[in-house]
Design a binder for this molecule. Structure first.
Ligand SMILES: O=C(O)C1=C[C@@H](OP(=O)(O)O)[C@@H](O)[C@H](O)C1
Ligand SMILES: C=C(OP(=O)(O)O)C(=O)O
Length: 419
């Protein structure tokens, strides 16, 4: 896909439903005792993996992704290995769910997911009594023999909503109390849904505790994905002639770190929460702004984990130095997001410094243009697609269809706002 320089970035747009919440809705509604009704589920490559896996395990779905009735009368063993594709959330959260389900379950993924660390869920789930074996002890494919679990205490060395959620989803099936403590707070979508579905859960600061619980069915609507919204918002802020409005988008504090960081850098962004249960939802308006460089440390990382590469783009346009440190986790995503961000920026004429756990950019710089690769990573495909409209000569992104992992219709949305 070739993205050309643009004169303006304006419009009111919708973003796709939240990916994190969609995965959880599909899994947790299937774990409940009746029929749940969920509006506005994300239909993307990643969430389709979770949808199909739950279907293989006995899930019942009526309707479409705009309004789906979800139930599961009795969990069955799948005769086939369960394909998680590119989706870390599917693999890790399903490991938690399946640890408590009788039977032999095999999870596998694509080349990217097969290289991502799974030991972080294997170890705590084994401690709870699950029998799990994984390739080289820590990689997919992974075989889980589910059954009786007992609650235990877990202290995470790295904040991770996926690991926390895997433990909690096993915890509500375990005898006794299960507790997870994180070094910094990660997104709390699982905790919010558990509470809304009647689970015995208590949260105090960075510690979450659950007891064995039966989940009640729920009716709710999933908001727009703020991680997807971050792309058009960054484009409007960084373009000299930009204004973008996005309504009905999720504004959970655990997810809005990037927007708050842009505001700290001087961005003109308004966020208004209009509804708050089970998730805060509202409107974002973003306008062209002059930014100043900023330093991001490890405490802020979890609330902007998927938006961190976008900070490098903001740094290119900001006055002074922008530095991200303490973000080693970025090397364990769909691609090594530190390395590919740095390589791609250099290809389009930007000077950027790579650190083991982040990067530094000295701004302002102009983006000349050129050819980059997404390395099959949706967030990298979207990041460098924004560089096109902001460049002098345009940017070509190869393997750009990776956007379908989280934001089908991304290029149509970009076309709508770039005039
Ligand atoms: O729980 C989730 O839905 C997610 C948690 C984050 O991963 P980690 O838990 O590995 O930080 C994030 O990067 C991912 O896109 C989605
Ligand atoms: C890291 C991501 O997702 P996952 O871990 O589910 O593959 C992401 O969406 O950026």
């Amino acid at each position: 896909m070739r993205l050309l320089p643009s004169k303006k970035v304006v419009g009111e747009i919708a973003v796709p439903p939240d990916k994190s919440i969609s995965h959880r809705a599909l899994m947790m509604c299937s774990m409940s005792s009746g029929v749940s009704v969920v509006h506005n589920l994300l239909e993307s490559e990643d969430t389709l993996r979770t949808f199909r896996i739950i279907g293989e395990l006995g899930g019942n779905f009526r309707g479409g992704f705009d309004r789906m009735e979800i139930s599961l009368a009795s969990w069955k063993e799948s005769l086939r290995p369960l394909d998680c594709g590119n989706s870390g959330t599917t693999a890790r959260l399903m490991a938690g769910v399946l640890s408590g389900k009788e039977g032999f379950h095999v999870l596998f993924g694509d080349d990217s997911l097969s290289g991502r660390p799974m030991e972080r869920v294997v170890r705590p789930l084994k401690e709870m009594g699950a029998s799990i074996s994984a390739r080289q002890d820590s990689l997919l494919p992974m075989c889980i023999t589910g059954g009786k679990l007992s609650g235990s205490e877990h202290s995470l060395s790295v904040a991770s909503a996926q690991v926390k959620s895997a433990i909690l989803l096993a915890g509500i099936q375990a005898e006794g109390t299960t507790a997870v403590t994180e070094p910094h707070c990660s997104r709390d979508h699982t905790e919010r849904l558990l509470r809304s579905m009647g689970a015995k859960i208590s949260v105090s600061n960075k510690r979450v505790e659950v007891e064995k619980s039966e989940l009640l069915p729920i009716r709710f609507s999933i908001p727009g994905d703020v991680s997807s919204a971050a792309f058009p918002i960054a484009l409007a802020v960084l373009h000299e002639n930009g204004k973008v409005t996005i309504r009905e988008v999720g504004l959970n504090q655990g997810r809005t770190g990037f927007l708050r960081l842009l505001i700290k850098m001087g961005a003109d962004i308004e966020m208004e929460v209009e509804e708050s249960l089970p998730e805060p939802v509202g409107t974002i308006v973003a306008r062209s702004s002059r930014l100043i460089g900023v330093e991001v440390g490890s405490d802020l990382i979890p609330s902007m984990i998927d938006e961190l590469p976008l900070i490098a783009l903001a740094g290119v346009f900001a006055e002074g130095t922008t530095t991200v440190r303490g973000a080693g986790e970025l090397r364990k995503k769909e691609s090594d997001r530190i390395s590919v961000t740095v390589q791609n920026f250099r290809r389009i004429g930007v000077e950027i410094l790579e650190h083991e756990d982040g990067f530094s950019v000295e701004g302002p710089q102009r983006i000349t243009g050129g050819k980059v690769d997404s390395y099959g990573d949706h967030r990298i495909a979207m990041l460098f697609s924004l560089a096109g409209p902001l460049s002098r000569e345009g940017v070509e992104v190869t393997n750009s269809n990776a956007v379908n992992v989280s934001f089908p219709g991304f290029f149509k949305t970009l076309e709508e706002v770039c005039q």
